[in-house]
Design a protein around this ligand. Structure first.
Ligand code: HEM
Length: 196
């Protein structure tokens, strides 16, 4: 590692960890909303919660991109690209973000339509006029069904297991090429099956 890289590297890691904190703080808004929507009884309350979560996604995405970029630069400077755990953690992060889109987006979109925060499909994403509910508001039964949906639990499970997996990869840096081998003592010696 050259002197310049040695100087920059800790600051890139600092920026990476700061982006992770920023991401977790920003996304905490949606996490809180996820657990509250099931018990919120009033439409106005649901509108406030869902709007808050939607607005926080701008920061969630901004910090997600930043943590990806700083993580990539840190891996490049630290010459970690050849290690499997880096690729595995990047893959897990992308998979979770995609799963959030597949599981969370349709559910939250339906809720936003049901409380009049967004127009139904076709004009999707367009906000209803401020303060107005749609002409035919969704019935209480639709809202009850959405509140009873298991999707929020699935979303929380995927997100939390994914976060734990990334933390495991980052902290323990497992030698993925050697999975299936057992370490001998606390040294770096490994007892691998034949053929490794
Ligand atoms: C590494 C972990 C995570 C990543 C990378 C991630 C990423 C994302 C992304 C990119 C979105 C936006 C999807 C869209 O545009 O529709 C999203 C939405 C969401 N995520 Fe996560 N997420 C993570 C963990 C979690 C956890 C642990 C929970 C809950 C316990 C959670 C709950 C939600 C909810 C409720 C939404 C929908 C927000 C809304 O539409 O208002 N996420 N997530």
């Amino acid at each position: 590692m050259s002197a310049l890289v040695a100087l920059i590297y800790p600051w890139v890691v600092f920026a990476h960890l700061a982006s992770v904190f920023g991401f977790l703080l920003a996304h905490g808004v949606s996490v809180g909303v996820l657990f509250k929507v099931r018990s919120e009884r009033t439409r106005e309350g649901l509108r406030v919660l869902l709007d808050l979560s939607k607005r926080s996604l701008v920061w969630t995405y901004a910090f997600l991109i930043l943590l990806g970029i700083t993580g990539g630069v840190a891996a490049y400077l630290g010459d970690s690209w050849r290690q499997g755990w880096i690729w595995a953690s990047a893959a897990v992060l992308i998979l979770i973000a995609l799963a959030m889109n597949w599981i969370g987006d349709p559910y939250f979109d339906r809720l936003r339509v049901a409380v009049g925060l967004e127009e139904p499909a076709g004009t999707r994403g367009v906000k209803a006029a401020q303060g107005l509910l749609p002409e035919i508001p969704a019935g209480e039964e639709t809202l009850r069904q959405l509140r009873r949906s298991p999707r929020p639990w699935l979303l929380a499970l995927v997100g939390m297991v994914g976060l734990a997996a990334i933390l495991w990869l980052m902290v323990l840096k497992p030698d993925l090429a050697r999975i299936g081998c057992s370490s001998v003592g606390i040294s770096t010696e490994w007892a691998c099956p034949d053929g490794w």
